[in-house]
Structure formats: structure tokens, C-alpha cells
Design a protein around this ligand. Sequence first.
Ligand code: GLG
Length: 803
Amino acid sequence: MDLSKRKFKEDFKKMLTEVYSMDISESESTEQFFTLGNLLRSYSSKNWSRTNQQYIEKQKKQAYYFSMEFLLGRMLKSNLLNLGILDTVRNGLQDFGIDLEQLITIEPDPGLGNGGLGRLAACFIDSMATSEIPAHGNGIRFKYGLFKQKFVNGYQVELPENWLQNGNVWETRKMHAAVTVRFYGKVWLEQNAAGVLEPHYSDTQDVLAVPYDSAVIGYDNSTVNTLRLWSAEIPPKDDITDYWSYIHQRNQIESISEVLYPDDSNYEGRLLRLKQEYFFVSAGIQSILRHYKKMHLHMNHLAEKVAIHINDTHPALCVPELMRLLLDEEHMDWDHAWNVTVNVMSYTNHTIMSEALEKWPIDMIRSLLPRIDQIICEIDRRFTMKMSTLFESALVERTRIVEGGNVKMAHLAIIGSHSVNGVAQLHTTILKEKVLHDFFLIYPSKFNNKTNGIAQRRWLMLANEPLRDLIQRKIGNEWETTPTELNMLKAFRDDKDTLHELAQIKQLNKERFAEYIKQTMNLEINTDAIFDVQIKRLHAYKRQLLNLLHILSLYFKIKDDPQADIQPRVFIFGAKAAPSYTYAKQIIKLINSVADLINQDRELENKLKIVFVENYGVSLAEKIIPAADVSEQISLASKEASGTSNMKLMLNGAITLATLDGANVEIRDRVGDQNIMIFGLRENEVYQYYRDGSYHSRNYYERNPVLHRILDALIDGTIPGAEAEGHSIFDSLVQYGDEYFVLRDFDSYAAVQERIDHLYRDTLKWQRMALINIAGAGIFSSDYTVQQYASQIWDVSSKVHPL
Ligand code: GLG
């Protein structure tokens, strides 16, 4: 948008007076932040309503991205950037003596997601608006996000994340768009006067779903889409007779949108989770149909105007819920309703880990959602009937939805969608050939791949302004909207000045991060060291342990020979463990204990440090990623569906140290073997081990003296404070088979780490690799990913044509 500094300053002063009756000298950061937030809302409001109007007037087909998680991160800077007024505002504020960077920190970092899946949804909505795709997000407005992580004596402690405490400046409560979601009760079918079967309900618990909408502003265009998050409330009542039971009921209802991932280690927690899933699915679909009806089209044409995307299995109840509405409210017959439903729905699988493939006890669904239960059973009945005529019965048994007293959500999503996609080529291949092979036999044409992507705006233009400036000076700014233009940087691969500038920028970012660590952790780190980064959820398959064992090997090397020729390293970890995942928590404790051991050892001063940041999230990622030299993507091949921190780190010039897993394979294809450090088992070798059962981790312990010594350190008191954890982890690796082949991959990992140690010393060579990585990262922009979803899955329009 066009905005002069003078106009901005006027607007800002006016808004501050209007909202707070203050002038600038009296105001504090909080007021200034909210004032700026309100101003941005007013700047985008016209385009927001115009975008919506146009969608209606032109009867545009719209896509709705249903996701339990949207891990947005702070929005202030991102909104300023997308509106094209970042510099104007920064300068204007400066004139008032206000530092924009400081204001930014006032905004809480909404933790409405766990990791990759939620962050992907956030990158997608940004890219959808930027690519002018008529598509919106639909989710839950959790009052508490993912827990706030604290380390107490090295252990993870979870505290509530009260991100809404001071209000959320970006949202608008839309009471007029509220809908009712029904739980429990009895349901039966009765013929109406016209002879049509209609459901009747009694004793239901009704919940009012109230939407809170936020604007999703496209970059450098006039598209503003919507992120709609639902909040659960008790429906208004005028006849409250028993006040205490009313309060009790209210609390129970409000708990539905209270917290992301309630503790699901018990029945109550699981029930709440199922409620959450149905809650946002039902509310979202009801509001979509309401909107559709404004176009006065027949329900038979729904799929021509609406696409619904099921992000992972959490929203899989979209399938029976749309069926319910079409059958019960719109009086469609089953076959038509099913046809419409399948054409509307599409589903993304994000993992092959079996524990993440949701199952719900049919009894739980039956009591909580009686009508949905009937519909699921009918879908299952028809599916098995039809498939029994075409396939062997064992296959039908394996693929049906209701089995062993459980409803398999992935099966429901696959059967009820016209498209099923994986999130990286290798992942999709594994789905087709292994994990979902049965379904691939039934529905070969449903399967397709959409490799994940990241928003280059947040992860480069905002997070790494010095690098953005350098790129602009070298190749202009076409790449901002056509990210593959970053390829042009390759022309500078042998240009020493450019490579030196790159090195300087990295150094600057490392110094900034080091300063932050000094301030927050009171820890000094050597900025000449290699910053070696592993930031992701803590999970055994991601193998933070492999990283740790290698750190211990360096520790022993230096202890044995203090003069050893080792390039100094700072190992940076950021990771939360699921509250009930004991093993992951033990690993956190072990890393923290090794960090204490190493960081306090004077002999290692400046050579080895471990920084395990507390409460890793989007804002911390924005600080760490630009400062990274090495990107650890070391999951056991086949286990990481895609990964997205790999793309963010690459875009910021870190060198990837990786197994051939997930999207690492495609990164390798882009940059070539010389510019990435690959090690470890390949996916087919892992499966070979599974088949022949020939992996015996104990042999590696017994026959490899380096490993032997490291593993012994876990149990012989070398690492004070983590005796119990050390024993348990030792046992998992040596006694209990080492499920993720950590010991098997150790040597090859250590060998590549040693190569990195040498390569890093040659600054020009290293920076050339960095440059090639930055240049090759454009293809991993989520702009392209969503354009492919738009054209190949949702059949909605977009501005830019896919690659
Ligand atoms: C998953 C996977 C990641 C993937 C992400 C987004 O584990 O590999 O990159 O989704 O598709 N549960 C996740 O975070």
C-alpha cells in the first residue's frame, strides 16, 4: 500500500489518542504495540472486505484448510512486510523515539501448534494470500497454546502458555456467525410428512461455536484471506435455575477450546480431544455451507465452489460431518451426498509413525456423536461391501474404517477424499509402497505428492534482513514473488567479494545470537565456532541422541588431548518433548547434563559448548536459523516425512548434514552431493534390516571402542546428574535393540562431522556451498507448494502458475 511517513505518523498519533487518550510521551510499549496493531487492521480492512465481496460476486471456488494447528508466530512484522510498509513504519516510529524491534517483542508468540505440521499450515495461509488463492484457514482458538517449557535442574517442566492474557490485537469476534455444535444425546430417524427419513435428537449438549477471524494479508497485493478460529461457549440461556450447575456446565463446555493437546494419557483427555476435533470440524463446515447458500446454488454443485482440506487426521470427521449435513439438513440421498463429499475433501498425511495415526474407540464416538457414529458405520458398511467384490477379503479387512472396536481416522480420511498426498517424494513413495499400500491398490489415482515448503518472507526477508539486503543488491527483488529467481545467485559462486559478504552476514547473525544467549542464559559462546543446529520436536526417530553421542566423542577427544586440532563448535538445541513421552524427556535431561559438564569445563573453553534453548518456538527459530552454519537433519531414513527446518536453514546459508530422509533427498538433488553432507543408512537398507532382523546394536557397542567408551559414559558417572536417564538410554541403545539405528549410523555420522570440521576452515569454499544452498532454496517456497495444491487438488484459481 502507499503510505508516506508523514501520513503514518499522523495516523499513529491519532490512533493512540483514540484508543488510549494518550500522547506518545505518556505511552509505553504495550500501548504503542496495540496502537500499531489497530492501525494495521484499519489499513487492511478495506482489502479484507473487498476480497470477500469479490469471492462472492465472482462466485469463486474457495478452499478451506482445516487444521488443528496454526503455528503462526508473531504477526506484527509479517503484516508490516506484507503491506509493504515495514521501512516506512520503522522510520516513522524512530522519529518518535520508538524502536520497532523492541515493540515486536511485546507480542506474545502464539503457540497454537507443536511443530512442522502447524508451522506448515501457517506458511500455507501466508502463501495462499500471496498467490491470490481464494483459501482460508479453519481451526481452534485455543486459550492456551502448547505448554511453555522450562528447565528445572535440567528437566523439562511444562507451564501454561497464556498467550491471550492481554488480548489478541489481530482477531475479530464474529458473534453473528456463531453456530451450534451438538454433542451426546439420543438420535433416531423418523419419516416426515413427505415420507423422508429425518433425524430427531433428544438430550443433546449444545455448544456455541463462536468464530474469531484474523486477516491473512497477501504480500504486495490486495488479497486478504481469513483465518477463522473457533471458540467454545455455553449457549445463551435466560432460565438459569441452578447457578452452580450452570457454572459447571459452562466450564465443561469452555474446556473444549481451552488447551492444545490435552493430556491424552487418560480417557477424559482423549474424550476432550475428540470433542475438539468434532467441534471445529462441525462449526467450520456449517459456516461454509451457510456461505455457499448465499450463492443460491444447488447442493449438488458444492464441489464446484468448495474444497475442504483435511490437514492430517485430526479433522477427518469432516467426511461424516459433511455427509450428515447433506443427508439430514439438505435431504440429499446417500449416493449424491457421498459423491459431493468425496469431491470436496482432500487429505494430507504427515507421518508414517504408527502412534500418530489416530484411532478412536467406536464406543466413545457412539456416545459423544451418535449421528456421526451411524454415518461412519454406514460408510464402512458400503466400503466393505463394494470392495469385497473387487479385492481379497484380507485386504478389505485391513483397509476398513471400523475395526477391532476402533475407528481408524486415516482410513476414514482416505476413503472420503478424492486426493491423498504425502509431503515429500520419498514419503509419498513409502506411503504408496508400504504404509498405505493397500489403499494404493484400491485407489491408485488418489495418491500424489506435494513436497512441503516454507514462506521465504518470514524465514528470510524478516528473519535475516542483512541477507535479504545482500540478495537484493545482487539480483534485485524478483525472487520475493518468484523464489526460483534465487538461482541467479549462482552467478556469484566464484565472486570473492560476495562470498566474503556472506561470511560477514553470518558472523553478524552469530554475534547477535550470542548476545541474546548471553542475556538470557548467561552463557558466553565463541562466535568463531561452527554453530551446529538441531531444532525440532524431541523424538527418538529424529535422533538428537546421535548428535549427543558425537558431542561426547569430541569431548573425549579434547580431554585426551587438549591440543587436538578441532574446529571449535557450539551445538545448539531447541526441542520440546510431549509431556507424557518419558524417553524424550530423559534425552532432554541427558543433553542438559552433558551441557553442564561441558560448559563448565575450563579446559574446553572456546572449543566446545552446548546451548539448549528453553521454550523453542517460532520467535526463537527466527533468531537461531540465520546464525546457523550446520543444519542437523539426521532422522533415521524413512521416518521424517519431510522436515521443514531443513529448508529454512538452507535458505539461510547453513550446510545440511543429513540422512537421505524426507525432503533432504530433494535438497540433495537441488544442490548436488558436493554441497550437502549425506551419511547413514538409506531407506531401503532400513527396510532390509526390518525384513531380515539382522541388526544387533550390542555388537556395535562391543566392537567399536569409540562407541563403547561414549556409551559407558552414560552409566559410569562421567555425566553427573543424569545417572537414571543415562542408564535408561544406555539400555534402549544396547539392550533393547536401538530402534532407530543410532549406533549403526554413528561412524558414518562422525566421519561426515569430521569432514565438516575441515571444510569449515576454508571460508571461501564454505561460503560457496552456502551460496549454492541459498540459490537452490527457492524451489522450496510454500508459494509453489500451495499453487500446486490449488491447481492439482483443490481446483481453485491462483495468480502464479505452478512450476
Ligand atoms: C510432520 C512431520 C514432518 C513434516 C511436517 C509437515 O513429522 O516431517 O515436515 O509434518 O508436513 N508432525 C509433523 O510435524
